[in-house]
Design a protein around this ligand. Structure first.
Ligand code: APR
Length: 279
């Protein structure tokens, strides 16, 4: 996968209703009239005007998507998509789930959305196995972003550490980067310095992108951003570790409800570094 696409995809642990992106995606049902799970949370946060607009849409078929305004949400739009109910995997569930991501991206692009956040569609009430759904999500979004330049950031928002790790595994798999890939070891010794420089540059670029995304999503400014990115890029051995580091920072920002300008304190940087090198 091209680096440019890797840098346009991030994973955060948190609540999708709180994301400061242009559009968030809702895992709705065919009535589009709201219910529990992420759907209920989005309707509660957006307020009653969202339901009123949804009523006028006449429902939505599985694998399709419709768009509304975001009302009281930080996001300008909500893309409502209907994931498949898991039925054993032989009823076209994989294709329908991929279609949800594709159609959501196409619809968002038609409204000039640049940043979009997705929940793990179908993995709650609809019972789709989590790892399988996450791999489909990551593959489909990556393929779409590779073809289409207009979305600058797609964010996968997950609720827990287990899902978070599954997203990182799926991103590594799609990028063709198994965590302990052989190869470098076997190259000429003279390539080692250049390899180290290239690896730093690639990881630094990824971290810069993810820190910018954290700033944009939470509406904050990290004053020691440059030094932090340098420290993290030097500590991270690969992209997975880099993502783990920025995810730890993201969780800290969410949990502490950070607003405005912030200098990330040294003790927090030490904790992020622990996360960075965690196996
Ligand atoms: N932010 C991010 N993710 C969330 C949030 C939230 N606020 N709330 C729930 N999730 C996660 C769940 O942990 C799950 O992994 O979203 C995923 C999707 O779960 P559901 O909301 O149950 O969606 P789905 O499985 O697609 O089922 C859709 O549920 O609420 C109804 O109307 C909806 O009938 C439809 C069905």
């Amino acid at each position: 996968m091209a680096d440019a696409v890797t840098n346009r995809i991030s994973v955060v642990e948190g609540d999708i209703t709180q994301q400061h992106v242009d559009a968030i995606v809702n895992a709705a049902n065919t009535t589009l009239l709201g219910s529990g799970g992420v759907d209920g949370a989005i309707h509660r946060a957006a307020g009653p005007d969202l339901l009123e607009e949804c009523r006028a849409l006449g429902g939505c078929q599985t694998g399709e998507a419709k768009i509304t305004k975001g009302y009281r949400l930080p996001a300008r739009y909500v893309v409502h998509t209907v994931g498949p109910v898991w039925n054993g995997g032989r009823k076209g569930e994989d294709e329908l789930l991929a279609s949800c991501y594709r159609k959501s991206l196409e619809l968002a692009e038609s409204q000039e959305v640049k940043t979009i956040a997705f929940p793990a569609i179908s993995t709650g009430a609809y019972g789709f196995p989590l790892a399988r759904a996450i791999l489909i999500a990551v593959k489909t979004v990556t393929e779409h972003l590779t073809r289409s330049p207009s979305i600058t950031q797609a964010v996968f928002v997950c609720h827990n550490d287990r899902a978070f790790r599954m997203y990182l595994d799926a991103l590594a798999e799609v990028a063709g980067e198994p965590a302990n890939a052989p190869g470098k070891r076997e190259r000429e010794a003279g390539d080692a310095d250049r390899d180290r420089g290239d690896a730093y540059a690639a990881i630094r670029e990824q971290i810069d992108g993810q820190l910018k995304m954290i700033e944009a999503v939470h509406g904050i400014r990290i004053v020691n951003c440059d030094a932090l990115a340098d420290t993290l890029a030097r500590a991270a051995g690969d992209r997975t570790q880099a993502s783990r580091a920025t995810a730890a920072l993201n969780s800290w920002v969410v949990i502490n409800n950070i607003r405005g300008e912030i200098e990330i304190p040294d003790d927090m940087i030490a904790r992020i570094l622990e996360q960075t090198t965690k196996k």
